[in-house]
Design a protein. Structure first.
Length: 258
């Protein structure tokens, strides 16, 4: 990234100005010793949600995208790639980006994350609680160890004979949240025509295609059904459930539908 493409305003300034959106994209700074290799992540207990905010227009993102592919092989991690839109203004329109991804990242930043907070790419968020540069495997591992599976809730799923899944939620606290059905495409290869990654082919893993709130949760135990017709999103070949507080809040639990 060149200096002219670097956003220097900090989150506090955004809040004071009441900014609803960024006016210029920001990439994570180059960090000495950044490691794209997947670490041995000690994710025990309930699965941990990892959300990677990335962009085809960001030259710092491909190492994070490669790391995400490796992290996704860990059965204790629910990794979802969330391409953002704010790089599009530099001339290359991200073919996978969704405005909802940008909004969620901004909501996280406004609420304040542990670790490296802010709106930038590549950013990886652990269970809606901790942010790290998406290519920093050691920081991600530390965030999973400290903040992962700390939601005091569980999701259990069982296949139904008529298709779909029976879902059971349970929690020990009084937190309220929403159960979100997330549809992804496991593998997408994109040829990027211009911009900072122009001329490159970049692979993306578990790319968000659609998400919808299928139930509200009032804490405690609850049962519901994911119908077979809800698992027919165009282009999607995998689905996950995320139990989270609304508006960029903490994630209580997550699980792939398998």
């Amino acid at each position: 990234m060149t200096r002219q493409h670097t956003l220097t305003a900090v989150l506090g300034s955004l809040v004071m100005l009441g900014a609803a959106a960024l006016v210029w994209p920001q990439s994570a700074p180059a960090v000495a010793g950044a490691q794209p290799d997947a670490p041995a992540i000690a994710a025990s207990g309930e699965p941990v949600l990892l959300e990677l905010f990335t962009s085809q227009g960001c030259s710092s993102c491909p190492p994070a995208d490669r790391l995400a592919e490796k992290l996704a092989t860990n059965p204790n991690l629910v990794l979802i790639a969330r391409p953002v839109t704010y790089w599009d203004r530099l001339g290359w329109k991200d073919t996978l980006a969704r405005e909802d991804n940008t909004t969620l990242q901004q909501d996280y930043a406004r609420r304040g994350l542990a670790g490296r907070n802010g709106v930038y790419t590549p950013q990886l968020v652990v269970d809606g609680r901790f942010g790290a540069v998406g290519s920093r495997s050691e920081d991600i591992a530390a965030g999973v160890k400290r903040y992962g599976s700390a939601g005091d809730a569980t999701i259990r799923v069982a296949k139904r004979g008529a298709g779909g899944y029976a879902v059971s939620l349970s929690g020990t606290g009084e937190a309220k949240g929403e159960l979100v059905l997330v549809a992804v495409t496991r593998k997408v290869m994109v040829g990027i025509g211009s911009g900072e990654n122009g001329g490159r082919k970049v692979g993306y893993t578990n790319v968000l295609r659609a998400e919808r709130n299928i139930a509200d949760w009032q804490g405690g135990t609850a049962q519901m059904v994911v119908r077979a017709d809800q698992l027919k999103v165009a282009g999607a070949d995998a689905y996950a459930l995320v139990l989270r507080a609304p508006g960029g809040g903490k994630v209580f639990a997550a699980r792939w539908l398998t």
